[in-house]
Ligand binder design. Structure first.
Ligand code: FAD
Ligand code: ZN
Length: 475
């Protein structure tokens, strides 16, 4: 591995000249928003934050950084959950923010694609699609802040993966600045293209380690005409699986979301987030938020929902359901799920996991993980929720009520190791959607085979031989 250097004052001056002084931050107060992430787990340092305005400027920056062997950390909306977008504490890497690459260049609803720059927020991408009468289905609780380049770089998942796939499945083309400053102009809008290796996929999910994504061509879909949303009380996780299978059988790919949470999740989100009320009487051990969408205005979505639920009522799998009577009501139900990440903060320290197993193995995973957690830290409280239909559980573990937060968080590694060992035993993934970044680098090295790691290192060495792009992340 090449030795990297901190930028010299001369280099800082040259890089500043590329973007202009107004877009080069050296002051601590200007830099602060780029150096702390959402959970405040990582706080980095940097001599320079750059906000370039074009791919050409990024190309010039990388060319110089590569020649000088200076590390570069790409950053989009800074909502990543594994520390990938934050420079290390040593303060030797520069940060490149994409936030000024914020133009929606072209929306072609009839052709089913749109061309956007990397710094457009996901919410603005969704809105631009909607204005053209189309749907861009990627949807995450962070959509107001995260940027599409960051979504591609982390291959984000979210709540519509069940029907539309993750970001990779929504990407038709990319434009990427390579480590040496060359530009890969791959902004093609082709659905079918088997001309050699499909290079765009190298950059989707590469977490800023292989190139800086500057623009993307995204897939668009027809907007649903009717949507039925229900919040359902479920007997146990086997019953949830039964409900899932039944809903899939009735609705097929019209089942656009199947999100679950434990009873305690509903307690904390309704007690800590102002304005949220319990949608059902009584307590159930588990809840599901189901969404069924249809392209016709004939009541089909509602009919499918009723079909799925009535079967589950009859078998005793579910005990109660609130079906949204209006768009407002549906949004209220969605907030119970979306505000859950935020609500956990009020219960003290939380040790995070983002795992996946085959859907049918979720009940077994949750039972066994409960035992694992109790053995590591008696009284710790699992906050179990996530994208049930994708087999993706955000298995977060909140501290015992009476414990010191710092003492609890000191067990982060031990808890992760124990839960991840279970995941490995069940042939699951230790990072279903948040990536590896800095947080799970050691874990990746343990949970992927030497052959897989060798292939990853070979790709990295080929595209970034000096290792300047997001050094110390992923590999
Ligand atoms: P950043 O955080 O800025 O960066 C993420 C990574 O991508 C870093 O490694 C960075 O170096 C790299 N990167 C950023 N931009 C570029 C670029 N243009 N070129 C190359 N590399 C780049 N994630 C999910 O998958 N599903 C969820 O449901 C979900 N829910 C969330 C809910 C909340 C409340 C929060 C705070 C986060 C959630 N996330 C979720 C995580 C996060 O929002 C996603 O990973 C998102 O895709 C990150 O986008 P960003 O623009 O904020 O990227
Ligand atoms: Zn998620």
């Amino acid at each position: 591995m090449t030795q990297l250097n901190p930028p010299t004052p001369e280099l800082v001056a040259k890089l500043t000249a590329i973007v202009g002084e107004a877009h080069a931050f050296t002051d601590a107060s200007d830099q602060a928003p780029y150096l702390t992430e959402w959970r405040e787990k990582y706080v980095g340092r940097t001599p320079l934050v750059l906000r370039p305005g074009s791919a050409a400027e990024i190309s010039e920056i990388l060319k110089l950084a590569n020649e000088a062997r200076v590390g570069v950390v790409p950053q989009g909306g800074n909502t990543g959950l594994v520390g990938g977008q934050i420079p290390f504490e040593s303060g030797e890497e520069i940060v490149i923010s994409t936030e000024r690459l914020n133009r929606v260049r072209h929306v072609d609803a009839a052709g089913g694609y749109m061309l956007v720059e990397a710094g457009v927020t996901l919410a603005d991408v969704q809105n631009a699609a909607e204005e053209a009468g189309a749907l861009f289905p990627l949807s995450l609780a962070s959509e107001g802040s995260c940027r599409i380049g960051g979504n591609l770089a982390s291959n984000a998942g979210g709540v519509q993966v069940l029907a539309f796939g993750n970001t990779r499945d929504l990407t038709l083309g990319v434009e990427v600045v390579l480590a040496d400053g060359r530009i890969f102009e791959g902004l093609r809008a082709l659905k079918k293209d088997n001309t050699g290796y499909d290079l765009k996929h190298l950059f989707v999910g590469s977490e800023g380690t292989l190139g800086i994504i500057t623009a993307a061509v995204l897939k668009l879909f027809p907007r649903p005409v009717e949507t039925a949303t229900a919040f359902v009380a479920v007997r146990d996780l086997d019953a949830m699986l039964e409900l899932f299978r039944g809903a899939r059988a009735v609705a097929g790919t019209n089942l656009t979301a199947f999100e679950f949470m434990s009873g305690w999740c509903l307690d904390i989100v309704t007690s800590h987030v102002p304005g949220l009320r319990r949608p059902l009487e009584g307590d159930a051990p588990w809840y599901v938020l189901l969404e069924i969408s249809s392209g016709s205005a004939d009541g089909a979505a509602e009919a499918m929902m009723e079909g799925a639920l009535s079967e589950a009522f009859e078998s005793g799998a579910i005990s109660d359901a609130a079906i949204a009577a209006s768009i407002d009501h549906a949004q209220q139900l969605w907030r119970l799920r979306e505000d859950l990440s935020e609500a956990q903060k009020f219960e003290g320290g939380s040790i995070k996991h983002d795992i996946s197993v085959p859907v049918a193995a979720i009940p077994e995973f949750v039972t066994r993980a409960g035992e694992v957690v109790e053995a590591v830290c008696a009284g710790a409280r699992p906050v179990v929720f996530g994208h049930f239909g994708d087999g993706n559980v955000h298995y977060n573990v909140t501290q015992p009520a009476a414990m010191e937060k710092a003492a609890y968080l000191a067990q982060w590694e031990e808890m992760n190791d124990a839960v991840h060992a279970l995941v490995a035993d069940m042939d699951g993934s230790i990072s279903a959607e948040h990536g590896i970044g800095r947080m799970k680098r050691e874990a990746l090295a343990r949970f992927r085979s030497e052959t897989e790691l060798d292939m990853m290192r070979a790709v990295k060495a080929a595209l970034d031989p000096n290792g300047i792009l997001n050094p110390g992340k992923v590999l």
